[in-house]
Write a protein that binds this ligand. Structure first.
Ligand code: C2E
Ligand code: MG
Ligand code: MG
Ligand code: MG
Length: 284
């Protein structure tokens, strides 16, 4: 420990391994309690079609209102939930809650639900999805699941089986954060995705790098050639929207359109802005 401190040089601010382990154990205990109490929340962020000029879906994004630590975002507890296996229960709650809320939205608005690697690889996934659809009455065509490339790496056969099982139900499958994982191109060749969500880092690079535009264009061209729909994540500025529109990107998502909102605000959002799609057209 002394040696480590000497090397780091800023030991006063670095929690010790002991402290970190204690924090983690406490957080795990809190997570179990939150699952028992059903203490999670879903926020929803709209997905907008540029080709149809309308809202198409909302992505469900989980949050954990922690009694002492405040609202915790998924990046700060999903990895722990994955490591401890608690993701199965959290994921089941998210799927049921997302389908239940979406069933009250006007047709044909869909809901997009994120799946972690462990959830995606679980043999129980298709039947869990069937149950959530049945319980909510949401048609499978109005559910989209999002997986990241880390879920695909291990076993091609197994991945194909799961993709086919879900698509057989009528559920659509999006590859999330496209371009950040490794081996992105071979994944497109191997697996039948309905949609590519182009990672927000590429959208950010549109402004910063001269090559950014070329990369976005190449991704969109490739996806189109493969018959896969494209969505750009993290669109914050009208200038980014203009490029994406010009390059034929199908859909966008990002703070330009809206930040994630709480479930109870979705119907207001739809009523206020859903029909007035020219809001976006004018801003571009
Ligand atoms: P994601 O699926 O790529 O979701 C998009 C993330 O980008 C969200 O962060 C969203 O709030 C944020 N975002 C959206 N538009 C913008 C923008 O214009 N600018 C910037 N800077 N950010 C934007 P969030 O909600 O913190 O979620 C982070 C990640 O956590 C998600 O990334 C997803 O991978 C994961 N996640 C969220 N909900 C769930 C869930 O229910 N289950 C699982 N397994 N993972 C989830
Ligand atoms: Mg997502
Ligand atoms: Mg993403
Ligand atoms: Mg992401």
């Amino acid at each position: 420990r002394a040696k480590q401190q000497g090397k780091a040089g800023h030991h006063f601010f670095e929690p010790s391994l002991d402290e970190r382990a204690r924090h983690r154990r406490q957080l795990e205990a809190d997570l179990r309690e939150a699952i028992r109490a059903g203490a999670f929340e879903l926020h929803f962020q709209p997905l907008y079609s540029l080709t149809e000029e309308r809202l198409t879906a909302f992505e469900a994004l989980v949050r954990w209102p922690h009694p002492r630590l405040g609202l915790i975002g998924p990046a700060d507890f999903i990895p722990l939930a994955e490591d401890t296996g608690l993701i199965a229960e959290i994921g089941e709650w998210v799927m049921h809650e997302a389908c239940a809320q979406a069933s009250s939205w006007p047709e044909p608005l869909a809901v997009a639900v994120n799946l972690s690697s462990r959830q995606f690889l679980s043999p129980a996934l298709p039947s869990m999805v069937v149950k959530a659809l049945a319980a909510s009455g949401l048609p499978a065509q109005r559910l989209e699941v999002e997986i990241t490339e880390s879920a695909l790496a291990s076993n091609v056969e197994k991945t194909l089986e799961t993709l086919h099982a879900l698509q057989g139900l009528g559920v659509r499958i999006a590859l999330d954060d496209f371009g950040t994982g490794y081996s992105s191109l071979s994944h497109l060749r191997l697996f039948p995705f309905d949609k590519l969500k182009i990672d927000q880092s590429f959208v950010r690079d549109l402004a910063r790098e001269t090559n950014g535009h070329a990369v976005i264009r190449a991704i969109i061209t490739l996806a189109e050639a493969l018959g896969i729909e494209t969505l750009a994540e993290g669109v914050e500025e009208a200038s980014q929207l203009a490029v994406l529109r010009q390059e034929g990107c199908r859909q966008i998502q990002g703070f330009l359109l809206s930040r994630p909102i709480v479930g109870t605000e979705v119907s207001h959002f739809i009523a206020d802005r859903g029909s007035r799609t020219e809001v976006i057209r004018l801003r571009a």
